[in-house]
Design a protein around this ligand. Structure first.
Ligand code: CTP
Ligand code: MG
Length: 359
C-alpha cells in the first residue's frame, strides 16, 4: 500500500531517518576495538623506529576520517622526518616486512614494487579481537593524510547527517558488491566524495559549506598551503564552523538519502561531467578527461579510465574513479536506480525498505 498524503510522506521520512540512525549506530566500532587499533599502531611505530628512528606512523582512511565501521581495515602511513639520505620506499617495505615477520605474530605480505609500495599485515581472530585485524602500511603519503583530515572536517560540520548517510552508503555498497576498485567499481573514498559533492554543490540550500573555498582567517604562506604543486589548504577550524555554520537546509537524512539516489540515478551528467568537491561540476573536456574518441586522440584505456569522473580534492589531475569500468558504472547506476525505486515506493514500514535495500 502506498502512502500518498503529505502527512504520510513526512511520517515515512521521519521513520526512515530513525531507522537509518539505529541501523548505523549498531555498526560503529566499539571503544575497545578503537583502543586495540591504537595499541597496534603504537607497537608498529615502535618497531619501525628501530629501522628509522625519526619516523612517525599515522592513521589515515576510515580509522581517522570519522567514517569507520566495525572491523574496518586500518590504513597507516609512515612519515620519515630525518634529514639524512632517504631510504627507498621499496627497501623500507622489504626491511619492515622482515622485521615484522621476525618480531610479531602478524601475517606479513610485502608489495615493494607496487605503484605505492606497502606492507600488508593481518592478525587472526582471537577472543579479544573476534574479527582479527588487517592493516596496510605505506610511506610518505602526505596527500592521503590531508584528504583524511578534509573528510574528517566535513564529517564534523554536520556530524549526524553526514556520518549517517556515508556510513549507510558504505554498508549498502558493500552488501550490493559495488565497492571493489579491483573489480571495476568504486572505493569507499570515491563514494564519500560523491556524498560531499552532493551536499555542497547539488543540494540547494547546501547542507555543507565548501571548505576549500572559504577564505582563511589570516594570511598563510604558499609553503604552508602546498605539497608539491598541490594546494592542500582548506578551512579546518571545525570548532568555529560548528558554532558559525548553520545550514538553511533542514531536510532529514532520509530525504537527503532518497535525493542522493535520485540524483546519481538520473541527473548527474555521467557522459560529460566531473564531480569536483573543490570546484563544483566541471567538464571532462576541460580537464582532458573526455571519453569520446575524436580522431583517435583518446585510447581505449583512457576512455575506460574516465567513464565516471570524480576529481580528487587536492590532486586535481587524478580521477578517483578511474577504476570504474563501463560494466562497473552500469552496475553502480543500476543500483542507484534500484535504491531509488525501493524508497520511492514508501512501503508501510521503513525498516522493510532498508532491509530490502541491503539484501
Ligand atoms: N585514498 C586515496 N585515493 C584513492 C583511494 C583512497 O587517496 N583513490 C586514500 C584516502 O586518504 C582514503 C584512504 O586512502 O581516506 C582509504 O581509502 P578507502 O579504503 O577507500 O576508504 P576508507 O574510508 O578507509 O573505507 P573502508 O572502511 O571501506 O576501508
Ligand atoms: Mg580503508
Amino acid at each position: 500500500p502506498h502512502r500518498r498524503s503529505a502527512t504520510g510522506r513526512t511520517a515515512f521520512f521521519n521513520e526512515l531517518a530513525q531507522c537509518l540512525f539505529d541501523f548505523v549506530i549498531q555498526l560503529l566500532p566499539t571503544a575497545e576495538e578503537m583502543a586495540v587499533k591504537e595499541d597496534v599502531r603504537k607497537l608498529l611505530e615502535k618497531l619501525i623506529r628501530t629501522i628509522e628512528p625519526e619516523s612517525r606512523l599515522l592513521s589515515f582512511g576510515s580509522t581517522a576520517n570519522g567514517f569507520s565501521l566495525r572491523n574496518s581495515d586500518m590504513d597507516l602511513c609512515c612519515l620519515i622526518d630525518s634529514k639524512g639520505p632517504p631510504l627507498q620506499a621499496s627497501d623500507l617495505v622489504t626491511m619492515l616486512g622482515d622485521l615484522l615477520e621476525r618480531e610479531t605474530k602478524f601475517h606479513v605480505k610485502t608489495l615493494p614494487f607496487a605503484r605505492i609500495p606497502i606492507v600488508k599485515l593481518s592478525l587472526d581472530p582471537s577472543p579479544g579481537l573476534p574479527f582479527g585485524i588487517s592493516c596496510d602500511i605505506g610511506f610518505e603519503n602526505r596527500l592521503a593524510l590531508e584528504n583524511t583530515r578534509l573528510l574528517l572536517s566535513y564529517a564534523s560540520v554536520d556530524p549526524t547527517r553526514v556520518r549517517t548517510i556515508v556510513l549507510f552508503l558504505k554498508v549498502w555498497t558493500k552488501r550490493r558488491k559495488i565497492n571493489s576498485p579491483y573489480r571495476g567499481t568504486l572505493s569507499s573514498y570515491g563514494y564519500v566524495l560523491l556524498v560531499i559533492y552532493f551536499l555542497v554543490h547539488v543540494k540547494n540550500p547546501p547542507v555543507l559549506p565548501n571548505l576549500q573555498q572559504m577564505p582563511p582567517l589570516r594570511p598563510i604562506s604558499h609553503e604552508d598551503t602546498h605539497i608539491g604543486e598541490h594546494n592542500i589548504w582548506f578551512f579546518d577550524d571545525t570548532e568555529l564552523l560548528r558554532r558559525k555554520w548553520q545550514s538553511a537546509n533542514t531536510e532529514t537524512v532520509a530525504e537527503l538519502l532518497i535525493d542522493f539516489f535520485k540524483y546519481y540515478s538520473r541527473d548527474f551528467s555521467y557522459n560529460t561531467g566531473v564531480a569536483s568537491i573543490r570546484s563544483g561540476l566541471l567538464k571532462k573536456e576541460s580537464k582532458g578527461w573526455a571519453t569520446e574518441n575524436d580522431g583517435g586522440r583518446y585510447s581505449d584505456s583512457s576512455r575506460d579510465r574516465n567513464r565516471l569522473c570524480i576529481e580528487d580534492p587536492f590532486e586535481t589531475n587524478y580521477n578517483v574513479s578511474r577504476t570504474v569500468t563501463k560494466d562497473g558504472l552500469y552496475t553502480i547506476r543500476g543500483e542507484f536506480m534500484r535504491a531509488s525505486r525501493i524508497l520511492a515506493a514508501r512501503p508501510e514500514r521503513a525498516i522493510i525498505a532498508l532491509a530490502q535495500l541491503c539484501e
